[in-house]
Design a binder for this molecule. Structure first.
Ligand code: IMP
Ligand code: MG
Length: 180
């Protein structure tokens, strides 16, 4: 088993690269079917979803558009207590078929605050596709329409997800090693 150390913590391999690739391909195939002829607009949430979004988008066969926004609940080192939009949406979503691409639903707070803002702009439809979901951590009810992996409530990194800024470039997903 190849442990890695990032900052002060140790992580163990959890989801290998081929399994992630396989699940992302399956998701793309499902989206191809469901959005044929609808020219969907994908909105990927930065930073964490950049790798997932890029890999998924490459697999899509249908006509589709993608744009990026950046959400954060922290500004600098202080929590604002709510989700702020650090880079906003520059595309009109009225009457569009919108699919949110998110790296992970943890507490669900980010999506809980963001989805109503999008719904207000009256898209033709609004769905959520996530790479990872931690059902045991989720405190807000979020409609998750597509999910690649349901995982236990343990911190993960790699494939776009970071621990304090590092680890996003790791090709597979690692899980925090239990201490002791
Ligand atoms: P939320 O709690 O569902 O609002 O998740 C907010 C954000 O926290 C996610 O979009 C991720 O960027 C980050 N996050 C949550 N859990 C993890 C994790 O296990 N590893 C790395 N980032 C995480
Ligand atoms: Mg994120």
């Amino acid at each position: 088993m190849s442990l890695i150390t990032v900052h002060d913590k140790q992580f163990i391999p959890y989801l290998p690269e081929d399994l992630i690739r396989e699940k992302v391909k399956e998701l793309a195939a499902a989206l191809d079917q469901d959005y044929q002829g609808k020219r969907p607009l994908f909105i990927a949430i930065l930073n964490g979803s950049f790798m997932f979004a890029a890999d998924l988008f490459k697999e899509l066969q249908i006509e589709a558009e993608i744009c990026f926004i950046k959400l954060a609940s922290y500004k600098g080192t202080k929590s604002t207590g709510h989700v702020i939009t650090a880079i906003g949406l520059d595309t009109d979503i009225t009457d569009r078929h919108v699919v949110i691409l998110e790296d992970i639903i943890d507490t669900g707070k980010t999506m809980h605050e963001f989805l109503p803002q999008l719904q207000n702009q009256q898209p033709a439809s609004l769905k959520v596709a996530v790479l990872l979901h931690k059902p045991d951590a989720t405190r807000f009810t979020i409609p998750i329409d597509y999910c690649c992996f349901s995982i236990p409530n343990k911190f993960v990194l790699g494939y776009g997800l970071d621990y304090d800024g590092l680890g996003r470039n790791i090709r597979e997903i690692y899980q925090l090693k239990d201490e002791g």
